[in-house]
Design a protein around this ligand. Structure first.
Ligand code: TYD
Length: 212
């Protein structure tokens, strides 16, 4: 078993409206003694601003996908790797699996095999998370948490989110040793305490992972 303090990368994933923001706020309190670095995609660096602009302006899906990937590269270079190298626990709100779940939906019909294309772009430099918590709930419950329709981002649409969530579940089924699928309809405090306990266990026992 690795010594305590071994760096660990945790990611939190789920469709829009799955309750990630509330969960992350609570994890900051529950895990404060471990002094984790909380970070996010998109937007941990200034590259995230171009991603948000691309989403708002409905840029073509390939441009949008490549900007999400650029944001990931900058995130790893300036935030994730330095923190892991310092031995810190890192918790990211969204990460590469967001690309693997969302972009194949918008790239469907544009590229022959969007998931393989996306995986290829990440290969050799991305860092594989030690553990990924996937919040799952019926899409209608997620959508009921959104604001007025005209103010929504284009992903915040039930038909898209059904497919995104199906993609997430396939990713989880293909990698059960990394993914923990969590019922997001359970009481928020129960979800937060369960995930906090699991993160503590990972932080105690994980070894450094190879690059993805
Ligand atoms: P974000 O602002 O993090 O939304 P939320 O607060 O709901 O998590 O992300 C903006 C949107 O971008 C969200 O609908 C998820 C989507 N997204 C992708 O499509 N691909 C990605 O790689 C990432 C990181 C996010």
């Amino acid at each position: 078993m690795a010594p305590e303090g071994t760096p660990v990368l945790i990611t939190i994933e789920g469709i829009d409206g799955s309750g990630k923001s509330t969960l992350l706020a609570r994890l900051q309190e529950l895990l404060a003694d471990l002094d984790p670095l909380f970070t996010r995609e998109p937007g941990a660096t200034w590259v995230g601003e171009s991603v948000r602009r691309a989403i708002a302006e409905r840029m073509d899906p390939i441009t949008e996908a490549l900007l999400f990937c650029a944001d990931h590269a900058a995130h790893i270079d300036t935030v994730i790797r330095p923190a892991l190298d310092e031995g810190r626990l890192v918790i990211s709100d969204r990460y590469a699996d967001s690309r693997f779940a969302y972009q194949p939906v918008v790239l469907d019909g544009i590229l022959p095999d969007p998931l393989s294309w996306l995986r290829g772009i990440h290969e050799g430099w991305s860092i594989r998370p030690d553990r990924t918590f996937l919040l799952v709930l019926p899409v209608e419950d997620a959508v009921s948490r959104f604001g007025p329709e005209k103010k929504r981002e284009h992903f915040e649409n039930a038909a898209i989110l059904e497919r995104v969530q199906a993609n997430y579940l396939s990713l989880a089924a293909a990698d059960p040793s990394r993914f923990v699928v969590v019922d997001a309809l359970l009481p928020k405090e129960e979800v937060a305490r369960f995930i906090a306990d699991e993160i503590r266990t990972s932080a105690r026992s994980s070894r450094r992972r190879p690059r993805a």
